[in-house]
Design a binder for this molecule. Sequence first.
Ligand SMILES: [Zn+2]
Ligand SMILES: [Zn+2]
Length: 294
Amino acid sequence: MIITFYGVRGSTAAPGPLTAKYGGNTSCIHIELETGHDLILDAGTGIRLLGRELAKKSTPTNILLSHGHWDHIQGYPFFEPIYQPDRDIHVYISIESGRKLLSKLFDQMDGTHFPVRASDLPSNSFSKFKGIESELYEREGIQVVKQQLNHPGGGVAFKINENGASCAYVTDNELDPPNTPVTNYDQWVNYLHGVDVLIHDAQYTEDDMPHKHGWGHSLISQVRQLATDAEVGTLVMFHHDPDRSDSELDEIQLENEIYLRSNRTPTRSVCAAEGMTISLHKPVLGGETRVSIN
Ligand SMILES: [Zn+2]
Ligand SMILES: [Zn+2]
């Protein structure tokens, strides 16, 4: 699979000269599967540019939604394939999130908040609540394993395995929430153990606390500890705070490298940036997954 980042920002879009390097669009990731088909993780503002690329294809598009907060659905009305006659778009929502989340996605296209109504779109939208795992396995040959997020309003993490190469998408998630977690730290370590690539919410620094404790996001220091404990291959720090500048992210990147080196862990870390691609390939004859970042 080839993972490309189209939106890496959390909470709200943050364009401007201070965020030009890492990008200001909100959550959206594209995964090109080995079949050449497309899997999209979340529909934040980053999905607009991705839509321009996918409009050149005619194959079905698959979208997995983590939850219904604005920064994860707001780009959907600007996703070009939804305006293509008879284009098949499969939107997958976990049964735990259910119809309420789907209505959030489409209700923003109600004629009041957006001029085009969802009911007037010429594409074919297939909304799936149940059987995400079995249907994606049958249609695309990938295994998807879910885990409940610690986040206000709930949400779901996805672990995707394609022919032995694995990637986990865990946003928005507070590893140490003030109340009893839906998924505790040890469960996260088990769920993520050994994944090749972990994309995790890393929105806050210690300076954001205690004010933002309970807002549903993790400290950068907690996330790199998790990646170490779960022995993941590559940690991708994701869902950057809208106020985090490029220079601050450069510093965080450096701090992470020093931390991981001093702990003698083989895990490597990178801050997600728009346009960044990560290629995962499991050799046919077995052995370690090859991971390359560009
Ligand atoms: Zn978010
Ligand atoms: Zn959220």
